[in-house]
Design a protein around this ligand. Structure first.
Ligand SMILES: [Zn+2]
Length: 468
């Protein structure tokens, strides 16, 4: 299996530390607001990574974090904690906000058929682990304390600029307007922030620490939780492309300074998603949610399919038109899946055609999760089956293929039920009506079937049904 590794900027053959075990950490949501399509593109892509590892015979162990404290509005460690900001906005406590949006996130995660991570870890459940890691960094001389917190001295970590290919001189030059003048270097970041010293505002979330009351910085949670559940060196770490220059660079700096070992062997990044050609932002009001999609009668599976239509490393475009198109494409796949009950002796699609499709799909998945090629192979099979039918000999292979495909892509194409004997009788009666050129009866029977959710299509010498 090959993956593009941001660490080396190359597509590499995957070599795991303890195969078949594959340890995977993906950065999860900050639960201060609803997740939108941009987020779901990323999480569906990492679900596909997990599914592909399984399909390729590996045993992934997956940790996703829930950021419920410490993620500040600005990446430069200035500004409010997003959770406390959400609490003010909604007149709730930060704890209530975190619970509400975590529950909402998990609801949508399940609705989108995203594999349940082995560990869904909350930052607030791992405060001692984060403090312990900061102490380790302190003992090794990587930290310093200023008025508002404990900071990581990035100049002490020689490889700091490497991962994101940062130009530190340029950053230094641009930092003259920085708010926090006590920071030694513009790239230094907070490991532990102190609670406000004045009593003007009390935080909902704060803990005691060796340095005083406060809360952890955002980056430290990922290092602490990844190492706790997956070990000091993990196989794969994934996240959004915007995490490269700050969040992931800082995760590497603090983890590798603490252990002296490489933090992750492979880094995967999901590219940006635009909505109608624009960046997704609150001010534009284009943070479309799963609930909005379902309100238009479009299924989560159609959205998954839409995500797979672009490669995870290319910029993706979301629009209602393209989602509608994906919905139609899914309907065509579902109609193809209904052929599992209609194999016949005159069908010309044989086992080898189905096996060839399976082979092409697996090959594309193992080639850096090349989902556009996966769907091209699937559409090719769909065209063949809808054109000339499945041969009776191939029915078992096709049923097995659909189950395999569901494990690989999560599109719910297997397990679609057969129609009832009464419905088969209606189709038979309609065929007879057509033979007798009784068009009124034929149309009437077609309508009856339609009302029962069954669409029929006439082919050369048979009638095909589907539940779409
Ligand atoms: Zn992270």
């Amino acid at each position: 299996m090959k993956l593009y590794n941001t660490l080396t900027r190359q597509t590499e053959v995957l070599e795991l530390l303890n195969a078949p075990l594959a340890t995977v950490y993906t950065c999860g949501p900050t639960v201060y607001d609803y997740a939108h399509v941009g987020h779901w593109f990323t999480y569906i892509r990492w679900d596909l990574l997990i599914r592909t590892l399984k399909t390729a015979g590996y045993a992934p162990k997956w940790v996703m974090n829930i950021t419920d404290v410490g993620h500040l509005v600005s990446d430069a460690d200035d500004g409010e904690d997003k959770l406390e900001k959400g609490a003010k906005r909604e007149g709730k406590t930060a704890w209530e906000v975190a619970k509400f949006y975590t529950d909402d996130f998990l609801h949508d995660l399940r609705a989108l058929n995203i594999t349940e991570p082995n560990f869904l870890t909350k930052a607030t459940d791992h405060i001692p682990e984060q403090i312990e890691l900061i102490q380790k960094l302190e003992q090794k001389g990587f930290t310093y304390v200023i008025d508002d917190g404990v900071y990581y001295d990035t100049s002490k970590f020689e490889a700091y600029a490497n991962f994101a290919k940062l130009d530190l001189d340029d950053l230094q030059a641009g930092a003259r307007v920085a708010v926090n003048t006590q920071k030694r270097n513009p790239t230094d970041f907070a490991l532990w922030k102190f609670s406000p010293k004045n009593n003007a505002h009390t935080r909902d979330m704060e803990w005691d620490s060796p340095w005083g009351k406060g809360f952890p910085g955002w980056h430290i949670e990922c290092s602490a939780m990844a190492m706790k559940y997956l070990g000091e060196t993990i196989d794969l770490h994934a996240g959004g492309i915007d995490h490269i220059p700050v969040h992931h660079t800082n995760e590497i700096a603090q983890s590798e300074a603490a252990t002296g070992k490489r933090f992750s062997n492979y880094w995967l990044h999901s590219n940006h998603v635009t909505v109608n050609g624009e960046k997704i932002s609150k001010s534009l009001g284009n943070g479309i949610r799963l609930a909005d999609i379902e309100a238009r009668g479009i299924s989560p599976e159609a959205f998954r399919l839409h995500v797979f239509e672009s490669h995870y490393r290319s910029q993706s475009k979301f629009s209602w038109e393209s989602l509608e198109a994906a919905n139609n494409r899914l309907a065509a796949y579902q109609a193809t899946a209904d052929w599992q009950w209609q194999a016949n002796d005159s069908g010309t699609v044989q086992k080898h055609t189905i096996e060839a499709a399976r082979h092409s799909i697996l090959e594309a998945l193992e080639n850096d999760l090349d989902t556009p090629t996966v769907l091209a192979a699937l559409s090719k099979l769909e065209t063949a089956i809808n054109g000339s039918g499945i041969n009776t000999d191939s029915q078992v292979v096709f049923v097995d293929f659909l189950e395999w495909l569901d494990n690989a892509l999560g599109l719910h194409l297997s397990g679609r039920p057969d129609i009832s004997d009464e419905q088969k009788q209606l189709i038979h009666e309609r065929e007879e009506a057509r033979q007798h050129q009784d068009w009124a009866l034929s149309d009437n029977l077609r309508e009856q079937l339609k009302l029962q959710g069954i669409t029929i299509k006439d082919q050369a010498n048979t009638t095909v049904w589907s539940r779409v």
